[in-house]
Design a protein around this ligand. Structure first.
Ligand code: SF4
Ligand code: SF4
Length: 253
């Protein structure tokens, strides 16, 4: 028993105390910074992008398509594109994920999530979510699992994943939505009682990601039902996910 106590004291507090202001390691690729630097070869930068997230006219990066692979940063020899470690990337409108030249992370954060009074009054104290992996690679799914571990401890905010859609207030979709998951996804959505949220998590769910041109995906669901939140990443970082949800249900950034 003394050994257990000793190791507990040695380990100290393992949870991140202040989730909205948690530090992020420097190497993390988060919010992209675009600058039309002198002599930059933008054609080369765009050619390097595997998902078409980087567009030249106008110069922009669509974070909903971006896998944060860093290929454009390497191809832009004059530092036209760099990535900051700012991780609060969530938006409540799809178009808010498009980052243009000289846009700053602070600017993005101020307008990215539209706060709605009714959402705060219904979900701010408790939000139960059903996760649907609609052909994800398991990267986003693993990070979502991590949200509930002792380190990130999302449960302290009343946000939890539940096993049954009937116990849920909304669904979190990962993966590009394959044809063989389309029915199960819609079935799950219909089983969640109203009012309910739909959250798209990761490049695959938001835009199809690297599977955009696959003949095996069926994204009709997204045209039929309203989407509340778009959470970028490949995979999505737990801090991005938790802070995105808190921003929407508590107006807490
Ligand atoms: S980091 Fe994003 S924009 Fe840059 S090459 Fe990769 S997918 Fe394209
Ligand atoms: S967004 Fe990336 S990590 Fe997430 S499911 Fe798709 S390929 Fe996997």
């Amino acid at each position: 028993m003394f050994d257990t106590l000793k190791s507990r004291i040695y380990q100290g507090k393992q949870f991140i105390k202040d989730i909205p202001n948690a530090p992020m390691r420097e190497q993390f690729r988060g919010f992209p910074i675009i600058k039309d630097t002198e002599g930059e070869n933008w054609q080369n930068c765009a050619k390097a992008c595997p998902t078409g997230a980087l567009k030249l006219n106008p110069l922009s990066i669509d974070m909903g398509k971006c896998t944060f692979c860093g290929a454009c940063q390497n191809a832009c020899k004059n530092r036209g594109i760099t990535f900051s470690n700012f991780y609060k990337l969530t938006a409540s409108k799809r178009e808010n994920l498009i980052i243009t030249e000289d846009m700053s992370a602070e600017e993005f954060e101020k307008t990215a999530i539209e706060v709605k009074k009714e959402i705060i009054s219904i979900f701010s104290k408790s939000l139960k979510l059903r996760q649907v992996s609609a052909a994800g690679c398991n990267g986003c799914e693993m990070e979502l699992n991590a949200c509930s571990n002792v380190n990130f401890d999302m449960g302290r905010f009343g946000i939890d994943f539940v096993a049954s859609p009937r116990h849920a207030d909304g669904i979190v979709i990962t993966g590009p939505i394959s044809k063989n998951m389309a029915f199960a996804l819609e079935d799950c959505y219909k089983s969640v009682p109203n009012p309910k949220l739909v959250i798209l998590c990761g490049a695959c769910a938001i835009s199809g990601g690297i599977f955009t041109n696959s003949t095996e995906i069926d994204r009709e669901f997204l045209e039929k039902y309203p989407i509340d939140l778009y959470i970028p990443g490949c995979p999505v970082h737990p801090l991005t996910f938790i802070n995105g949800i808190l921003g929407y249900i508590r107006n807490k950034h």
